[in-house]
Design a protein around this ligand. Sequence first.
Ligand code: PEP
Ligand code: MN
Length: 463
Amino acid sequence: MQQRTSPEVAMSNATAVNLPADWSPSSWRQRTALQMPTYPDAAALDGALRELHALPPLVTSWEILALKKQIAEAQEGKRFILQGGDCAETFDGCTSEVISNRLKVLLQMSLVLVHGLRLPVVRIGRFAGQYAKPRSADSEERDGVSLPSYRGDIVNGPEFTAEARIPDPRRMIKAHARSAMTMNFVRSLIDGGFADLHHPEYWNLSWVGHSPLADEYRRMVDGIGDAVRFMETLSGNQLHNLNRVDFYTSHEALLLPYEEGQTREVPRNWGWFNLSTHFPWIGMRTAQLDGAHVEYFRGIRNPIGLKIGPSVAPEQLLKVIEALNPDNEPGRLTLIHRMGAAHIAEKLPPLLAAVKREGKRVLWICDPMHGNTESTTNGYKTRRFRNIRSELEQAFDAHAAAGLHLGGVHLELTGEDVTECLGGARELTESDLERAYRSTVDPRLNYEQALEIAMLIVRKRGQ
Ligand code: PEP
Ligand code: MN
């Protein structure tokens, strides 16, 4: 999320725009839109949308095109993508501590990856807009009382009261503002030198010293410090490009009225962009070929992600790829597979083979979280570290066997010391979950578990 890419450079990244026929930012309204709230007050919705259309966007088209170019390079195996953050951001979680801790863990993971893989890492945060959640049921039942489901802070409140669960369009304006504040803080931290490789100690979280992984991480940081000092001694200069990093944002573009409100036509015929985020993705539950989400996404110029689960057949996937990337444009489409440790060996290879056979240019990344969610006997939604690890390892193997490469990972994580996923270096058990389970939706890797995943990727890919 830095500003080095000038419009001129971005323009040279822009390929010719073929605006799809019959598309407009609102053409999704002609299709079936799943997972949408029903707003009770049409006039209030109208007012909020008008305001959203007028508010300034959160990112620029040239940043978006710079990311698209980096994703195209990752498709060629020249970069690795690290995408991570909360399952759902909350309005209350828009605090300096939560934001900077999340940034720290992502920076530490990327340092492990850069060092171990010897590849530039593209950092994409699931933040500054990750406020809308798809739900498996429209309503939630507790003690005989049924209320509409919580759909993320951009729609309604998590409290189990009739009032909190009413969809409120003003929440879209609040989500836009919180996203802007988050982005502003991240940009300021990075511009101020927070990500400077000369000072990885800035990223230490207070309790890291007690981690079983701390020694391995420290050794690596010391090794990098030595290498940096050696290079600087040789060249007689400070290596300036080490004090800045790129950081991009992403979210599931689920709530289409919000996304439409931040969709703008960029001059010089660059086309239409979703300027609320660099990298929006389509969730697994809303990826129907004839659905509203695919219709919306086909017309925007952003690089986009598509989640794919075990129920997707190869022919169906090829049709969605054709709809979303008819020109086979490099960098445009990332497929994020989330099969589950028990299914990936069977379900992924036919998809890899079909996409390869048809010569479709995509970036493959693995989400080892969403296919591995389960409930404990004491009622917590959790994920076992060993299943997450197993899916990731199997993903690397499946890509290698197909003659392809896995170009990145997509993770739910936090910089906080939570206990939401089982296992990992500290071997969290079911009874640990009650200590610090804070997620309102899916369980996240805590700082240590996230760092462990980064180390595991290096070991696996370095084989
Ligand atoms: C998510 O990423 O939080 C999510 C809901 O994922 P999926 O669409 O893969 O289920
Ligand atoms: Mn999730």
